[in-house]
Design a protein around this ligand. Structure first.
Ligand SMILES: NC(=O)c1ccc[n+]([C@@H]2O[C@H](COP(=O)([O-])OP(=O)(O)OC[C@H]3O[C@@H](n4cnc5c(N)ncnc54)[C@H](OP(=O)(O)O)[C@@H]3O)[C@@H](O)[C@H]2O)c1
Length: 278
């Protein structure tokens, strides 16, 4: 199974680590603005370096054709760009890519990395951006009954659903990667705001057991990887969103506990069992 990955920061490193360790995935194509040291020497990974993640030449589309899905983690932190660039990168870019990637296969799983609580805290601009991104992406999801109620001020432009597009949103908040040794060599130096979050907020939440928005990087990697390889079913665990297409920290924790059973129904694992039995 061929999976596309964008973004090679913390969440991208977590996604790549999870996919490298799953035999169901035999090909990973990373579309990145820069070379990816974590991918070096990994036989199943190809890196396509290109500046603009919105533009795909025929030659590149040929290389991506047949992919089963994409984990979209690309998205700058607020302090790195202007507000306009931030909105473009978190909303327009994945919408453009989802439309293009939907042409690669009859069914294409697009796993967008959003943020926990983004619909409940829209007064905070960065959460509103993620909520708007989800509203836009949900319009493209093949099943129109799953569309989110539009709460964007002034509404959003209505778009046609894409019959091949299968959307999931993964919503981490505080990501605890303190025990995740495999990704540590590949992480870039943290900006000041992230150092504060990692050095003070995260240990405090961990100490106090405030786990509603705190999740481990291993759970996040597992959830992103399982959703991108699955057959597109709704997620049915406590803490998943009501329409069954999104998981935040609590949903991911429950998914990790129950996924062994739930993934048995997925075609990819049935095929593996059949091959092993033959
Ligand atoms: N980290 C968290 O705690 C956390 C929590 C909740 C949600 N999220 C969400 O998860 C996603 C990834 O976060 P992260 O922590 O992995 O971020 P990160 O470490 O800052 O990495 C960001 C990635 O996005 C790429 N990128 C930045 N601007 C881009 C642009 N204009 N076009 C294309 N690619 C661009 C970067 O590429 P270059 O290397 O080329 O710059 C990098 O690969 C974001 O959407 C974020 O909102 C993160």
């Amino acid at each position: 199974m061929h999976i596309i990955l964008t973004g090679t920061g913390l969440v991208g490193a977590i996604a790549l680590d999870a996919m490298l360790n799953d035999e169901a995935i035999d090909k990973i194509t990373i579309v990145s603005r820069k070379p990816v040291p974590q991918a070096e020497g990994q036989a199943k990974v190809t890196v396509i370096v290109q500046k603009d993640l919105a533009v795909y030449s025929d030659e590149i589309l040929e290389k991506l054709k047949g992919a089963h899905g994409c984990i979209w983690t690309a998205g700058p932190p607020l302090m790195a760009v202007t507000r306009q660039e931030y909105e473009y990168a978190h909303i327009e870019l994945p919408v453009i890519a989802a439309k293009i990637f939907a042409t690669l296969n009859d069914k294409f799983n697009f796993v967008y990395v959003s943020h926990d609580g983004c619909h409940d805290a829209r007064a905070v601009w960065i959460f509103d951006v993620k909520a708007r991104a989800e509203e836009r992406l949900f319009q493209l999801h093949h099943d129109t009954s799953k569309r989110l109620t539009i709460k964007t001020k002034g509404g959003i432009e209505e778009e046609e659903a894409l019959p091949s597009l299968v959307l999931y949103c993964i919503r981490p908040a505080l990501i605890d990667y303190s025990q995740h040794e495999a990704i540590k060599p590949w992480l870039k130096p943290l900006p000041l705001a992230k150092k504060w979050t990692n050095g003070v907020i995260l240990p405090l939440y961990r100490f106090l057991g405030l786990t509603s928005i705190l999740g481990s990087s291993e759970e996040l990697g597992q959830a992103m990887k399982d959703l991108v390889i699955c057959d597109g079913q709704d997620v049915d665990v406590a803490g998943a969103s009501p329409e069954g297409r999104c998981m935040g920290a609590v949903g991911m924790r429950n998914w990790t506990k129950e996924r062994d059973d739930k993934m048995k129904d997925m075609t990819v694992y049935k095929q593996q069992e059949a091959t092993a039995a033959a």
